[in-house]
Design a protein around this ligand. Structure first.
Ligand code: ATP
Length: 913
């Protein structure tokens, strides 16, 4: 096999068949070594091979995107109308119709671009990382910087960042569904395979885009970017899904149905007008065009998309990166937030405070990672050298450890798991540094920590070659493997299980996180350390208790969630007592029982469903319990947000309405499954995202409530004109003017509406609540009627006073636009009064857009070109006063309605409708 493998001579175009090469041959082909490349060489190769990125999927070209804007029922109607008006010789109307079509398309184009770039910026925040060796050191780098020849480390949960030839593996299992479609994980090794082995059987390779579900490995990068297998099948892994949400789809459907209904009404009116009322076909045609143009809310979908994109951007600024847009809406209805404890609710800055050996409990002083502090026994300092059991404990803690403690200026920094970092700090405090341990007892092998095992183990040999296996992990796991224990003098004596259990409960009740340490002087059962070595024969050395205080902002955030009607549950791998103690500090699960993962496993679905609602702290829980918990809560009608970081959390994250992954300590697999990623792993960020999510949904609703009455009002005016046979109060061109001024100028201001102050004091929104509730329909009809009354009233009043039809129409248009300006201010709150400083002046964009709109209206009224195009006419001061009167009327009636709703039983019933 080796002969054949090395004899593979690459043709200039083809890369070597890496899966057939032994590891050493692959390394030498790539001119690299076991410890990778130097930074300089990597930079050179990066320049040569380009970044390790797949070429962006070809987006639609700008021209295509622009043309697609015309693909819209309404615009078809408008273009057809333009053709017919041209036939009828109404050239100006034709021009206005075509201009409106064009402007609408341009606005849509710009808005779509804006939304896209907002999402692009957020996509960039999710760029994956990889651990590579550079200059002989392990470094976390941007995966895009990987080059062929780099040595990459993989652990469970990683997404393989490039195509790798594996050079060492430790129970590596990789899920390759992205490439092969096979969802069962494949066990990997380092051996070369036959040349014709299909992709799924190339066990010595790990391919870009696949996911490590178990174990560890090292591999050398053989291909990057578009040269990888993933690049070859040219499949981009989806990072953010398309810009649609249930609400947007609802609005889209509504818009389309509305368009069809309006066209049908137009057809009927056309027939009624010509056959029954005796209008000429040409005249009636202009009327129904006016109706169609007025009633269809053309700007609605585009502006809602922008509102959503702005909301997502705002959430990103608060460190919540939304990956799937429907999550924004779902956040508003979340009733339960399930959170991890360590690092999310707590600071993840561990400090060892207690070491319990047989018969003695030592206290450790000092805070954080500064190695200042000492061990005391009953208040008296102890010399570790004189206490053999303690010295053994410290050695186990330092050796059975994957973290690194480094001085960083005046501070100390931990690279790796903070739990392990704390153990290294304990070593420094007691005079046993990591370097000393590595020199005395170099590590030969290890079993990494996996949260489902809750232990890790390492194999060491001293200079004479005698073996030592250290295990550390959750006390009950380590106790299970222990046959005896070390006494204070370091002698092996029979195991006192009760003592350790008592001390574990006692330590955990103080809120300390627990680890147990044990040792075995034996050769591993197989060639390497494996599960068989974890079955027994250990000597229990000590329990370590470490403090991980709650984040102060998490305490506030939990309180805010409670206020918002959201239950917060803690699901942790930690000991039940520790979880309860920390829960109590955070006001989670106070006065309620804590349940363990083992208990959850024993419950059937029905019992779990009943139990889950009354329990807020779940301890010693594994990822598979999370999935069952989510399902049980959902079965109980809850809308669940679940956090997770490990690869096994992915199913629960996918299942939850809002799956939340940790951005810092989370694995790529968890991030991929999540709807939202927390850039700072902080619980407070979830609460902030809920607040923003509620705000975005609110703004979308405000926007719909603002837009629809304008269309409704205009349509009503035109219908009344047709039915009661008076001249059109607003011509099609004028209708288009109003709609475009309205949607582009006024409505957009609501996208910038800040979240309402009381938003976190409301109960969660019932999921599936339709957008157009009975109450919404009422509000739209009411304001439509007011606007129609104002516009039509002004028109008829002017005609009665004997002014020209142009002046009367200008009055009608100005009355409607003025009513809209005032109503925009009303729309800032759906139920709350805006008759206060915040309400009237709180959103500068509203004031600016009203100012801009006013200027446009003045232009419309006084500029000669507008007189030609729109048949407008100048108004007198008295006319303006009347127009403002209409606006004020709409404003006051709308506020009065809110008052009635807030203060009367009937109103309250209406709001629920
Ligand atoms: P959360 O789910 O809230 O993040 P957690 O971080 O406590 O909880 P795990 O990381 O799964 O959950 O840890 C579970 C238990 O495993 C811990 O209580 C501890 O006893 C043990 N443990 C944690 N980290 C290590 C480690 N690096 N080595 C050995 N054992 C560990």
């Amino acid at each position: 096999m080796t002969d054949r493998a090395t004899s593979v001579t690459p043709t200039p175009a083809a890369a070597p068949l890496w899966h057939t090469l032994p590891e050493a041959a692959a390394l030498s082909q790539l001119q690299t070594g076991e410890h990778g490349l130097s930074a300089a060489e990597a930079a050179r190769r990066l320049a040569q091979h380009g970044p390790n990125r797949l070429p962006e999927q070809r987006r639609r070209s700008a021209l295509m995107r622009f043309l697609m804007q015309f693909h819209n029922v309404l615009l078809y109607v408008m273009m057809a109308s333009a053709v017919i008006t041209a036939f009828l010789g109404h050239w100006i109307d034709t021009g206005v119709l075509l201009a409106a079509v064009l402007i609408n398309a341009v606005i849509g184009f710009i808005q779509e671009g804006k939304a896209e770039s907002a999402l692009d910026a957020i996509r960039a925040m999710l760029s994956p990382h990889a651990v590579a060796e550079r200059d002989g050191e392990r470094r976390e780098i941007d995966a895009a910087e990987l080059v062929p020849g780099d040595i990459v480390h993989l652990i469970s949960g990683d997404r393989v960042p490039a195509d790798l030839r594996l050079i060492s593996t430790k129970e590596l299992r990789v899920e390759e569904a992205a490439l092969t479609g096979e969802s069962l994980p494949v066990e990997k090794a380092t051996a070369a395979v036959a040349q014709d082995a299909p992709l799924g059987d190339r066990y010595g390779m790990a391919y870009s885009g696949t996911v490590v579900v178990y174990g560890q490995a090292r591999g050398v990068v053989v291909a990057t970017g578009s040269h990888t297998e993933l690049g070859r099948i040219n499949q981009m892994l989806s990072s953010i899904e398309s810009m649609s949400t249930p609400l947007l789809r609802q609005v889209d459907r509504f818009g389309r149905t509305l368009a069809v209904v309006i066209l049908a009404v137009c057809a009927v009116l056309f027939l009624v007008g010509t056959l029954w009322r005796g209008h000429s076909a040409a005249e009636m045609f202009m009327m129904v065009v006016a109706l169609a143009a007025s009633a269809i809310p053309e700007g609605l979908p585009a502006l809602m998309t922008v509102t959503l994109a702005l909301g997502v951007q705002r959430m990103a600024r608060r460190r919540a990166i939304v990956r799937r847009l429907p999550a924004v809406e779902a956040l508003g209805s979340v009733t339960v937030i399930c959170s991890d404890k360590t690092g999310t609710l707590t600071r993840n800055e561990m400090t060892v405070q207690r070491v319990v050996c047989a018969g003695r409990a030592y206290d450790v002083s000092g805070v954080g990672y500064e190695p200042g502090g000492e061990c005391t026994l009953d208040g008296r300092a102890v010399a570790v050298a004189d206490t053999p059991a303690l010295a053994q404990a410290v050695r186990a803690a330092v050796l059975c450890n994957d973290a690194v403690l480094r001085p960083d200026g005046t501070h100390w920094r931990v690279e790796g798991d903070p739990t392990e970092g704390a153990l290294l700090v304990l070593g420094e405090k007691t005079g046993y540094a990591q370097a000393q341990g590595e020199a005395e007892w170099p590590r030969r092998d290890s079993i990494p920590f996996e949260s489902e095992n809750r232990y890790m183990a390492t194999l060491h040999r001293d200079a004479s070659g005698s073996p030592l296996i250290y295990a550390k992990g959750a006390p009950e796991r380590i106790l299970d493997m222990s046959a005896d224990q070390l006494d204070a003098q370091g002698a092996r004596v029979p195991l006192d299980v009760d003592y350790w259990r008592r001390m574990a409960t006692d330590t955990a009740a103080k809120g300390l996180r627990l680890l147990a340490l044990a040792v075995k002087h034996a050769e591993p059962a197989g060639a390497t350390l494996g599960a068989a070595d974890m079955e027994g024969g250990y000597t229990m050395i000590a329990l370590v208790g470490m403090m991980d205080p709650p984040r102060s902002e998490a305490i506030d955030a939990v309180a805010r969630c409670h206020e918002a009607g959201i239950v917060v549950k803690m699901i942790t791998g930690d000991h039940a007592e520790t979880a309860r103690a920390i829960g109590a500090q955070l006001d989670i699960g106070v006065g309620k029982p804590a349940v363990t993962g083992a208990e959850v496993a024993l419950m059937d679905d029905a019992t779990l469903r009943e139990t889950v609602l009354g329990v807020d702290v779940f301890a010693r829980a594994s990822p598979e319990h999370k999935l069952r918990l989510v399902q049980a809560m959902q079965a109980g009608g809850q809308v669940v947000s679940m956090t997770g970081d490990g690869v096994n959390d992915a199913p629960a994250l996918k299942r939850a309405e809002v799956g939340v992954a940790m951005g810092l300590k989370g694995t790529e697999a968890a991030k991929e499954a999540a709807d939202m990623v927390l850039a700072d792993d902080n619980f407070a960020t979830i609460a902030a995202a809920v607040q923003e999510g509620r705000g975005v949904y609110d703004n979308l609703r405000k926007f719909v409530l603002f837009m629809l009455p304008t269309n409704g009002g205009e349509a009503l005016i035109v219908i009344l004109a047709i039915l009661f046979q008076f001249a059109l109060p607003i011509t099609p061109a004028q209708v288009l003017w109003i709609n475009l001024v309205t949607s582009s100028c006024l409505g957009l201001a609501l996208a910038f509406e800040p979240t309402e102050a009381g938003i976190m004091q409301r109960a969660p929104r019932p999921p599936g609540q339709p957008l157009l509730s009975g109450f919404f329909v009422w509000r739209v009809v009411m304001v439509s009627a007011l606007m129609a009354a104002g516009g039509l009233g002004m028109f008829l009043w002017e005609l009665r006073n004997g002014t020209s039809i142009e002046t009367a129409r200008t009055m009608a248009v100005n009355a409607i636009v003025m009513a809209e300006m005032f109503y925009l201010v009303n729309s800032r709150s759906i139920f709350g009064s805006i008759l206060n400083r915040q309400g009237l002046f709180g959103n500068p964009y509203v004031l600016m857009s009203i100012g801009a709109c006013l200027l446009l209206q003045l232009g419309y009224t006084y500029l000669p070109i507008m007189h030609t195009v729109f048949d407008s006419a100048p108004l007198s001061l008295l006319n303006w006063a009347e127009v403002i009167g209409v606006g004020l009327l709409v404003f006051l009636v709308a506020e009065f309605e809110k008052w009635v709703i807030g203060h009367t039983a009937l109103g309250k019933r209406l709001a629920q409708f």
